[in-house]
Design a protein around this ligand. Structure first.
Ligand SMILES: Cc1cc2nc3c(=O)[nH]c(=O)nc-3n(C[C@H](O)[C@H](O)[C@H](O)COP(=O)(O)OP(=O)(O)OC[C@H]3O[C@@H](n4cnc5c(N)ncnc54)[C@H](O)[C@@H]3O)c2cc1C
Length: 308
């Protein structure tokens, strides 16, 4: 059922990219609808403290940042619907966004659905999710006070998770399949100087074991093949992100990992369909760059709608 036929722009995803796009399109007097399946804010809402978003010299809580950007967009007339986008179809001069709450049409669509955390795919992961397996230290660290935990990964997000966990856990073991981290140097230095964080290089997790809750990890030394066991109460998995673009396969050109390919105006191959933020190919995955993408996408969406 098409029950909201007259939007100029539909934005999929309420993270920094989609919300910023919403500020620009609404302020540009385009009738704009934001489709968000969860809470507005996106991934940044999980960041306890954001120190690199301009305008907040003392830093800001990530959840609050998301709420403030949403408030700013709403002030200019952005409508928000709580729904999951599941497809895009094309009519003559309009795009139809199929969602769990019905269909929404617009002249232009900005896709800003960000990324989902990647799973390890090992035995025990699914069974113990919520029982010691977590993908969000900000959400779950407090459950592991004075207990040993592990973090799997080697990028910025993994180190951020480990540093946060170190405030609660008795010990944080970082398990990384290589000998070098991918994280930024400043984060690495902070982690190396945190006495509660230890590193297990060249190791992968083969299995997560426990009874009611996680008790131990079975590890594999990738260079020697040596097996070992690590006793932990929790494991935080931070090995990257997968864009939520399954519903766009065959609709838009995607890269091998599923990120949307755009030009530097955030335009995809299909006129009037743009993408912004972490969902884009080669995104640097930062709140501010996502916001910048959102602004660019909005301005070019506006130009597109003017010609329609
Ligand atoms: C723990 C943590 C700490 C971080 N700390 C920092 C930091 O200090 N500084 C920094 O700059 N960056 C930080 N980041 C990264 C930053 O949060 C992301 O780069 C940024 O949020 C990406 O914004 P986005 O709008 O592209 O996507 P997201 O923030 O991922 O938002 C996408 C939104 O789209 C929604 N969505 C997805 N698919 C659909 C669909 N089909 N239908 C409806 N809704 C959908 C999702 O629910 C989500 O709310 C951190 C990330 C994490 C996880």
């Amino acid at each position: 059922m098409i029950y909201s036929p007259n939007h100029d722009v539909v934005i999929i995803g309420g993270g920094p990219a989609g919300l910023t796009a919403g500020i620009y399109t609404s302020r540009g007097r385009l009738k704009s609808l934001l489709i968000e399946r969860g809470l507005v804010g996106g991934q940044i809402a999980n960041a306890e403290w954001v120190e690199n978003y301009p305008g907040f010299p003392e830093g800001i809580n990530g959840f609050e940042l998301g709420q403030l950007i949403h408030q700013q967009a709403t002030k200019y007339g952005l409508e928000t619907v709580n729904a999951g986008a599941a497809g895009i179809e094309f009519q003559k001069n309009r795009k139809v966004v199929k969602t769990t709450e019905g269909d929404f049409t617009a002249k232009a669509v900005i896709i800003a659905g960000g990324s989902k955390r990647q799973e390890l795919g090992v035995p025990g992961e699914e069974e113990f999710t919520g029982k010691g397996v977590s993908y969000c230290a900000t959400c779950d660290a407090a459950f592991f006070k004075e207990q040993p935990v592990a973090v799997v990964g080697g990028g910025d997000a993994a180190i951020t998770e480990a540093l946060h966990l170190a405030k609660f856990a008795s010990k944080v073991t970082m398990i990384h399949r290589r000998r070098q981290l991918r994280a930024s140097r400043i984060l690495q230095e902070t982690a190396f100087s945190e006495p509660k964080i230890e590193f297990m290089w060249d190791n992968t997790v083969n299995e997560i074991e426990g009874e009611d809750f996680v008790k131990r990890l079975r590890l594999n030394q990738v260079l020697t093949g040596e097996k070992s066991t690590l006793e932990v109460a929790g494991i935080f998995i931070s090995i990257g992100f997968k864009p939520d673009t399954d519903y766009l396969k065959g609709v838009l050109p995607l890269d091998a990992a599923g990120h949307i390919i755009t030009n530097d105006k955030m335009e995809t191959e299909i006129p009037g369909v743009l993408a912004a933020g972490d969902i884009r190919h080669n995104s640097v995955r930062q709140a501010i760059t996502a916001a910048g993408d959102g602004a660019t996408a909005a301005l070019y969406a506006e130009k597109f709608t003017e010609n329609k």
